[in-house]
Design a protein around this ligand. Structure first.
Ligand code: SF4
Length: 63
């Protein structure tokens, strides 16, 4: 499982970073997944995905 941020949808609100800084950071006002595979281990990552106001974060299965 990994996550990816769609830069066209991200508005740089930092909600994902606030909820799950282990996976998300803000670079040039856009969120990036700095450790995209770690989402499998962290419930906070799923919370960040659900909290994103523009649904810019997608979860992908590794399978
Ligand atoms: S919560 Fe969504 S819109 Fe806000 S910075 Fe993160 S990815 Fe971007």
């Amino acid at each position: 499982m990994r996550v990816e941020v769609d830069p066209d949808l991200c508005i740089g609100c930092e909600v994902c970073k606030d909820i799950c800084p282990e996976v998300f950071d803000i670079v040039d006002d856009i969120a990036v997944a700095i450790d995209p595979g770690k989402c499998a281990e962290l419930s906070s990552c799923k919370e960040a995905v659900e909290a994103c106001p523009t649904n810019a974060i997608r979860i992908y299965s590794d399978e």
